[in-house]
Design a protein around this ligand. Structure first.
Ligand code: ZN
Length: 436
């Protein structure tokens, strides 16, 4: 069934809010380009690094080549020799398709080949100039603003240099489930001596960054089940004291109880500050390391939280892939649950087309967020936004063609799911007011 041109036009014209990124600051990219500091490499290695690299390894590229792609001392042509045979074996996955979308949008080529890998590398370098984040996000990708995970810069919260186009989450991992006292101490200039002290430090972090943040984020799903039990402070306090003395003295059940207590504390803090709680659910980045049975429980593990905190807005990231049907079910059932398609379009583009269709037929359209680039380098987010627009236009066209979406609803639905819901949820107005 062909995508309707008029629907594609509406989707192209409509700006996205990019709800999840890990973007390095522009200053980091400039320093890496000039060889002043480490950072993402400025040649075709940048395109194939990260997610694409995982597909290359899974399709047979020797793991010994890890590190090659980001080595500025290795010539683009030599990198290409390593990549080419494996790229041919996985080039139709969303991750690798995104490389072609990115080079089309930014470098005027339709693919990476031996005969253009040096020229593309030169264009990658040339694009990295002051202001290129704004150019790529606004002018190429038509993005209103992007939300970055603060922890990419090694802090709970990162104040970006471009607050009108990039805003940040407070990452609650170091405060709770991956208790990282040295990292948090950088922000508050003191070490805790008790659980009560640590509560005070969490309060301080929220008081300091809450007004500038747009949400909180936690990705503990990479390390544990999401079955956060309610644990009282009086039970958690001795565990915290023992953790301070010797973190390894806690057994697995004790550590879980301490994490559970602190996670609940952070959910309450986020709610006090009117910040949505974003949680990683579903698929893992990387390769050869995903215990899928744990992922299978993500959504059901979280249901008690949805009911315990009716005034908290929970945003389930990455559609819980491959358990996206369960994500639709909880968005339909619980008033306080939203589903975010960040990263998902490149994990599995056709699953996302099905997902959008099924979501809109089952759950309120106001619960859906349809794009987050989820990259360290802004260039690939532009390609990702292009894939998301093609998929969204196809999903909406199919619903219209099949008679499930009526003509007057098409434009308002597109506007809502591409940007309107995110503006409502992340209180952009408040963030801009406080950073002005
Ligand atoms: Zn991410």
């Amino acid at each position: 069934m062909p995508t309707s041109q008029s629907i594609l036009d509406i989707v192209q014209r409509t700006a996205f809010v990019d709800t999840h990124e890990h973007l390095c600051e522009e200053a980091v990219r400039l320093a890496a380009k000039e060889g002043r500091a480490p950072g993402p490499v400025c040649d075709i290695g940048m395109l194939f690094q990260g997610y694409s690299e995982s597909d290359l390894y899974v399709s047979g590229m020797p793991i010994e080549l890890a590190g090659t792609l980001n080595d500025p001392q290795i010539a683009p042509r030599d990198k290409w020799r390593h990549i080419a045979p494996h790229y041919a074996r996985c080039r139709n996955t969303g991750y690798l398709r995104n490389i072609r979308e990115t080079v089309r949008l930014l470098y005027g080529e339709d693919d990476v080949r031996e005969d253009n890998c040096e020229a593309i590398s030169a264009r990658i370098k040339a694009l990295i100039e002051p202001g290129f984040h704004r150019y790529v996000l606004r002018e190429v990708a038509n993005i209103d603003f992007a939300i970055v995970d603060g922890i990419v810069h090694g802090r709970v919260f990162h104040q970006t240099a471009d607050p009108d186009i990039i805003c940040s989450d407070i990452n609650t991992l170091p405060l709770s489930t991956d208790l990282n006292i040295p990292m948090v101490a950088l922000d508050v200039n003191r070490e805790p001596s008790s659980l009560r002290d640590w509560h005070g430090i969490i309060d301080e972090v929220f008081a300091q960054y809450g007004p500038r943040a747009v949400s909180t984020k936690n990705q503990s799903a990479y390390a544990r089940r999401l079955d956060y039990a309610p644990v009282d402070a009086e039970d958690a306090a001795p565990l915290f004291s023992r953790y301070l003395a010797d973190a390894k003295s806690l057994d697995a059940a004790e550590l879980k109880a301490l994490q559970d207590h602190l996670f609940h504390y952070c959910v309450r803090k986020a709610t006090d500050h009117a910040l949505p709680v974003k949680l990683h659910t579903g698929f893992y980045a990387g390769h050869n390391s995903m215990p899928i049975d744990r992922l299978r429980h993500n959504i059901s593990d979280l249901c008690p939280l949805f009911m315990a905190y009716p005034n908290t807005k929970f945003v389930l990231m990455h559609i819980a892939y491959p358990y996206q049907d369960e994500a639709i079910a909880v968005a339909k059932q619980h008033a306080n649950v939203y589903i975010d398609m960040c990263w998902a379009w490149i994990i599995n583009p056709t699953a996302c087309i099905r997902f959008v269709k099924e979501f809109l037929m089952a759950a309120p359209a106001c619960k859906l967020l349809t794009f987050g680039g989820d990259y360290f380098t802004v260039e690939k987010s532009a390609g990702h936004a292009r894939i998301a627009r093609l998929g969204l236009a196809q999903a909406i066209s199919e619903l219209a063609e099949e008679g499930w979406l009526e003509e007057p609803d098409i434009q308002p639905t597109i506007e809502r799911i591409m940007r309107g819901n995110a503006h409502e949820l992340f209180g952009r107005q408040r963030a801009s007011a406080s950073t002005a």
